[in-house]
Design a protein around this ligand. Structure first.
Ligand SMILES: Nc1nc2c(ncn2[C@@H]2O[C@H](COP(=O)(O)OP(=O)(O)OP(=O)(O)O)[C@@H](O)[C@H]2O)c(=O)[nH]1
Ligand SMILES: [Mg+2]
Length: 240
């Protein structure tokens, strides 16, 4: 996080982490496609011939609050292939929040676990841990056969403290949900540590309304946050 007090500009770094081919780059592409031109710059990707990320992708996004604080987000993906270990550690440096993109297929369970261990290790090397860092989990590729069941993921979500989202990144499903879920968690954590609300009179509800507006999502923030796994039943109960 960087704060330029005079320019009233806050820069937040978010990182999409996960095993190779889980859909990290696809998430950023979908986010880029959903955002209004005034909110986003060019999506920078550096790929090998077979679409594998070589170094990182970077999507810049800018949102603002009512009181004129502008929030610049730098959204990165790491390269998931095992050989790019040192690059992942580098990209992770200074991250304010992380999305872990898992592949939902049963056959990919071990790859997910290995990548999660790698995330833990790299955070440790950077002096951080999954306990302090805002983290959300995304189970992507829900459209494929032999995926882990929703019941299983609901159990997992109930046991852990991290919000869990389902996605089909190629169709853009769950992409905004995951991103806004992480941004919200990251915002809460940073605000608690640095007191932005007090210092800037920052209106978090106006800010998230701007975020959802610029991502062309008609839902309200509570609706988006309630789309996470384990909350659907709750929402149904509330609606009845
Ligand atoms: N069926 C299906 N395919 C997906 C989905 N999301 C991504 N893919 C495909 O999975 C492949 C890998 O996606 P990427 O986004 O490049 O994966 P990545 O995580 O960035 O991979 P690395 O850069 O190697 O770490 C591509 O062919 C995508 O089109 C999804 O939800 N469903
Ligand atoms: Mg990639």
């Amino acid at each position: 996080m960087q704060l330029d007090f005079t320019a009233r500009e806050l820069t937040i770094k978010l990182v999409y982490y996960g095993p190779a081919l889980s859909g990290k780059t696809t998430n950023l592409q979908a986010l880029h496609a959903a955002s209004s031109p005034e909110a986003t710059g060019r999506l920078m990707t550096l790929e090998t011939r077979d679409d594998r990320t070589l170094f990182f992708d970077l999507l810049p996004l800018t949102f603002s609050s009512e009181k004129g604080l502008s929030v610049r987000l730098k959204v990165f993906t790491v390269p998931g292939q095992v050989i790019h270990a040192s690059t992942r550690r580098l990209v992770l440096q200074g991250a304010d929040g992380v999305v872990f993109v898992a592949d939902s297929r049963e056959a990919e369970t071990e790859h997910n676990a290995e990548s999660f261990r790698d995330l833990r290790e790299n955070l440790k090397q950077n002096g951080l841990s999954t306990k302090q860092l805002p983290l959300v989990l995304q189970f992507n590729k829900r459209d494929l056969p032999s995926v882990r069941t929703e019941a299983e993921l609901t159990d997992m979500a109930a046991q852990g403290k991290e919000p869990v989202y389902l996605a089909v990144a190629t169709k853009g499903h769950g992409v905004v949900d995951t991103f806004v879920g992480l941004l919200h968690l990251t915002w809460q954590t940073l605000d608690m540590r640095h007191g932005f609300t007090e210092k800037f009179g920052f209106e978090s509800s106006a800010f998230f309304a701007d975020v959802l507006g610029k991502l062309n999502d008609p839902r309200t923030l509570p609706e988006v946050l309630n789309s996470r796994v384990g909350r659907r039943g709750l929402r149904k109960e509330v609606a009845q």
